[in-house]
Design a protein. Structure first.
Length: 438
């Protein structure tokens, strides 16, 4: 496992990308002050949402400076950096950035509701831009609207499936502007925003869900705002059937995801000994199946899937002192262990690794890496070559030497229960009046 400086094309990329982003954020090269300020610690990151194109050749990133937000693209292996979009309205902020294919970027923004009367409300809108900066615009501008005020649905960024085998289109949930209609799924052209019908509405279903192939095979309803209902079908051409009905806030079965191997199986969470666990669920028999994983101390967080197109569940995510994965796949566990060893050797401490973006085949990835005294940094990772190199810092104005290690401490509640907590002291300071195990 190779890190930057030992990676041939990594050494080319990191300096150019880092220097350009620093220039966009600060306007000039500046060193961080010796002492961290509250603004530095709690302000929004300067750099967010790095995303890889489907072919793994191009990276895009959001850069923020005050009320300005930019989107840059550049070849992953080196080359010219290009600003492809700029948002300068403080009422319009970017939510996320993703590639629809290898040439087209989509971005979600949240904005002030132009039709809000007597209340402050926000709406989401979906924009698109080509990797070279052409064809930038609001994709939902001509979507159906209601009345002279042109009222549109509040939410226009609910992607149901990215349809990688049909890269010019995606499936999007369309919430009708008419209040007596329920959401339906439309197939959207990623260049023009044009819609065509894909899945009709069903009474009370508020969220549609697609499997690995993009088939709509589940819908979630909330009836009378009291009951949770899951409607499913094994055959994508069959009618939907009521599979699970429960009180909305109970800890019984709730949908987590489809199986990649068996269309008749899904994953659900359910209470076990006071903590949330993950089970299989048989759609054909409408019956709870085997326990997949339960942690003895904490709730599980969800599924960890393969970065490749096979969509397999490789493990179960949970959080103790830091995010963890219980692996169900030995090869995936060995790969993650190798990544941890490489980063821990580089930084001299335990790290947290979060996959941020993948190429379509899962080979090239962008990893978010951080530690107690390592500010969040994005790394590019080539799985076949087993190479890592730094891509960009999320907070370029914070240096490692300004940060301190975090220690786990415990304190007792009035009833004697030991409660875990986390203590971070400024460098050069010791704990005082510590009445617990710190």
């Amino acid at each position: 496992m190779l890190l930057a400086g030992r990676s041939r094309y990594g050494a080319r990329l990191a300096p150019a990308l880092g220097a350009l982003i620093a220039l966009a954020v600060s306007g000039e090269a500046q060193e961080a002050s010796s002492a961290l300020t509250v603004r530095q610690l709690f302000s929004n990151p300067s750099v967010t949402s790095p995303a890889l194109s489907d072919d793994g050749q191009t990276v895009a990133v959001i850069v923020s400076k005050g009320d300005l937000q930019f989107i840059f693209t550049r070849p992953l292996a080196g080359g010219a950096m290009k600003a492809v979009a700029k948002l300068d309205d403080p009422d319009i902020r970017l939510n996320w950035l993703e590639w629809a294919n290898s040439k087209r970027l989509l971005m979600s923004v949240h904005a002030r509701n132009p039709n809000g009367v007597g209340m402050r409300s926000r709406v989401t809108r979906l924009y698109g831009v080509d990797a070279d900066g052409k064809n930038f615009g609001w994709l939902g501008k001509r979507w159906p609207y209601l009345g002279q005020m042109k009222l549109q649905p509040f939410y226009q960024d609910q992607i149901v499936h990215w349809t990688p085998d049909d890269p010019d289109y995606l499936l999007i949930q369309f919430d009708s502007p008419y209040r007596d209609e329920w959401p339906r799924v439309q197939k959207m052209n990623v260049q023009t925003g044009a819609l065509r019908p894909h899945q009709g509405a069903k009474s009370m279903v508020r969220e549609w869900l697609a499997d690995k192939a993009g088939d709509i095979r589940a819908g979630i309803a909330y009836r009378e705002d009291k009951y949770y209902e899951l409607w499913t079908r094994v055959d994508p051409e069959a009618d939907f059937e009521l599979t699970i009905r429960k009180e909305a806030f109970s800890h019984e079965e709730e949908f987590l995801g489809f199986s990649a191997e068996d269309p008749g199986k899904i994953y659900v969470n359910r209470d076990l000994d006071g903590r949330t666990a993950i089970y299989e669920y048989d759609l054909r028999a409408k019956k709870l199946g085997e326990l997949v994983y339960a942690h003895p101390e904490v709730d599980v967080d969800g599924l960890f899937r393969s970065p490749a197109g096979d969509w397999r569940v490789l493990g179960i995510r949970y959080t103790t002192d830091s995010p963890q994965i219980h692996f169900l796949d030995e090869a995936a566990e060995r790969e993650r262990a190798a990544l941890h060893r490489a980063f821990e050797q580089e930084f001299g401490q335990a790290v947290q690794i979060y996959p941020r973006s993948y190429s379509k085949d899962g080979n090239r990835q962008i990893l978010h890496v951080s530690a107690d005294t390592q500010p969040p940094t994005y790394f590019a990772y080539d799985r076949k070559l087993k190479q890592l190199f730094p891509l960009i810092d999320e907070r370029p104005d914070i240096r490692r030497e300004q940060l301190s290690e975090t220690k786990r401490v415990t304190y007792q509640a009035r009833d004697g229960l030991a409660i875990p907590a986390y203590l971070t002291l400024p460098r050069g300071h010791e704990a005082k009046d510590c009445r617990s195990s710190c």
